[in-house]
Structure formats: structure tokens, C-alpha cells
Design a protein around this ligand. Structure first.
Ligand code: C2E
Ligand code: MG
Ligand code: MG
Ligand code: MG
Length: 278
């Protein structure tokens, strides 16, 4: 009986492996067609000045609307693009979209805001990154100060010398750099004193879990940022209570569902103009 059980377990196990393998293969095939089918879209989530509520920026977030399977989250398909070395090309497309869109809003008379674009590890370590960014700015005619690139702690910590050089070149162009998901990367703080970054983005887990202890951590990150002359933004603000807390701690900026979820470009524009009016 035991043996039979084991055989069943094995069959179940191998069936689920081959099922997930099939799923991966079909996702890979779908991903390579998705661009052509225009299933990708860049959405934008407003970032506000936490004291005044004014929009000061937005984060570009990639959306994949699969024609049959519907919405597939970036956390699911971006690792597949990375694995298949498609992320650099995709990343360049996102950069171009974000820069052109931001310039378009400015040309339409919206108050200028910064668009921030997430970089994947492979992009940050790509020797062509700086020229890709320079080209996106040139093609779109967006001034460099209105583009921000988000990297994570762990990306900054691998291949430090090369990354440092890349970041210095980006800063030299006038582009801003922020550390995304700050506080979750198991990394030493040493890089903060050496890397030319402008802003820390406090990860949303610090607002969503273990309230008491995490409030102390959030306060410390805000104070540390200011002591280092960095701006600081809190991600994942969902409630007025969280907003009040961050206001009282003098956090500079905020982003989260409390203000707005990520929106298609035309809705982001509506949001900008409506908020501007009230
Ligand atoms: P991230 O860069 O930390 O982006 C923030 C994520 O938090 C987004 O998830 C956003 O929709 C979500 N979020 C915003 N406000 C709230 C809130 O109030 N509550 C909660 N619970 N969540 C909130 P999304 O769009 O699913 O993206 C997940 C991750 O996928 C991103 O995390 C980023 O690491 C990656 N990603 C998204 N777009 C791109 C892209 O264009 N390029 C690259 N390389 N990565 C991307
Ligand atoms: Mg981000
Ligand atoms: Mg984040
Ligand atoms: Mg994240």
C-alpha cells in the first residue's frame, strides 16, 4: 500500500511539473507574440507630495492583457522575460513609452512631473543601458530631470563597481535614481553612502504588517533619508490613517491606492487635471 501511495505521489508530482512546464512554454510563446498583438500597455500610478497632495510624479508599470487569459501580473511574466533575455528589449520599449508619454503631457499643458521607470537587474547590468536611456530622452525630447529610474538594493549590491559607474553616468545625464522596495533587500547600508541615488522608496510591507514595530522602522528610514539629503516616498498607502502617520513623520512623497491605482495614460491625465483644479 505504501508503495502504491508513493507511486501515486510521484505521478501527481511529475504531472504537476510537466503541467507547469507546459504553462511556461505556452507563456513564452504568448509573450513573444504579445508585442505584435499590442497586448502590452504601460500604466501610470500617481505619486504625490504628501503635504499638499499635488501630483509630482508617476510610476510606469507594465500591464499585459492577454487576449484569452486576461490580465497577467508583471510579477508573473517579467521573470520569464528576464530568463529569456527579452527584458532588455522590452525595457527599452517601456522607457521609450514612458518618456514620450511624459513629454506629451507636458506639451498638452500639464504641470511637469517626473516619470519613474523600473529597471530589471539585467538592464542595470547591460553595458548599453546609458546609451539606451540617452536615446529615449533624445527621441522623446523629454528633459532628463523628468525621468527617474528605480533599482533595488540587491541590484546595486551585485557587480558594485560597474553599477556605480553606470549610476554616475546616468546622474551625469541628469536622470534621477531611486531605490525601490527599500528595506527588504537584506543588504548592507554601506552602498547608500557611496551610490549617487536621489530617493528611497519605503516598501509597502512596512505599512501593511506588524504596525507597531514597522512604524518605528518607517520613522527611522524617513529620518535617515533626510540626514543623507535624500527624498523619501512611501509605497502602498491605502488608508487615511497611514497617510496621517506619514504626514506627521514628514515623509516627502506618497504612492498607493489611497490616492490612485495605476491608470492608463489618458486617465492619469484626467487625474492630474482634476486634482490640479480642486
Ligand atoms: P514595484 O516597482 O514595487 O511596484 C509597486 C507595486 O505595488 C505595483 O504592483 C503596484 O500596482 C502596487 N501597488 C501600488 N499601490 C499599492 C497599494 O496601495 N497597495 C498594494 N497592495 N499594492 C500597491 P505591480 O504593478 O503588480 O508590479 C509588481 C512589480 O513588478 C513591481 O513592483 C516591479 O518590481 C515589477 N514591474 C512592474 N512593471 C515593471 C516594468 O515596467 N519593468 C520592470 N523591470 N519591472 C516592472
Ligand atoms: Mg517600482
Ligand atoms: Mg516598490
Ligand atoms: Mg516590488
Amino acid at each position: 500500500q505504501l508503495k502504491e501511495q508513493r507511486t501515486n505521489d510521484y505521478q501527481f508530482y511529475s504531472a504537476s511539473i510537466s503541467k507547469s512546464f507546459e504553462a511556461l512554454l505556452s507563456m513564452e510563446a504568448d509573450l513573444s507574440k504579445a508585442r505584435e498583438l499590442k497586448e502590452f500597455e504601460v500604466h501610470y500610478q500617481p505619486q504625490t507630495n504628501i503635504e499638499t497632495g499635488e501630483i509630482i510624479g508617476c510610476e510606469a508599470l507594465l500591464r499585459w492583457n492577454h487576449s484569452q487569459k486576461g490580465y497577467i501580473p508583471p510579477g508573473v511574466f517579467i521573470p520569464v522575460l528576464e530568463k529569456n533575455n527579452q527584458i532588455n528589449e522590452m525595457g527599452e520599449w517601456i522607457l521609450q513609452q514612458a518618456c514620450h508619454q511624459n513629454k506629451k503631457w507636458q506639451d498638452e499643458g500639464c504641470p511637469p512631473i517626473v516619470v519613474s521607470v523600473n529597471l530589471s537587474a539585467k538592464q542595470l547590468h547591460d553595458p548599453d543601458l546609458v546609451s539606451t536611456v540617452r536615446k529615449a530622452l533624445k527621441d522623446s525630447e523629454l528633459a532628463a530631470c523628468y525621468l527617474e529610474l528605480e533599482i533595488t538594493e540587491s541590484m546595486a549590491m551585485t557587480n558594485e563597481t560597474t553599477v556605480l559607474k553606470t549610476l554616475q553616468e546616468l546622474r551625469h545625464l541628469g536622470v534621477q535614481v531611486s531605490i525601490d522596495d527599500f528595506g527588504t533587500g537584506y543588504s548592507s547600508l554601506q552602498y547608500l553612502s557611496r551610490f549617487p541615488v536621489n530617493k528611497l522608496k519605503i516598501d509597502k510591507v512596512f505599512l501593511h504588517e506588524n504596525k507597531g514595530r514597522n512604524e518605528a522602522i518607517v520613522k527611522s528610514i524617513i529620518h535617515m533619508s533626510h540626514a543623507l539629503n535624500l527624498r523619501v516616498i512611501a509605497e502602498g498607502i491605502e488608508t487615511e490613517e497611514q497617510l496621517k502617520f506619514l504626514q506627521s513623520e514628514k515623509c516627502d512623497e506618497g504612492q498607493g491606492y489611497f490616492f490612485s491605482k495605476p491608470l492608463p495614460a489618458h486617465e492619469t491625465k484626467k487625474w492630474m487635471t482634476q486634482v490640479g483644479e480642486t
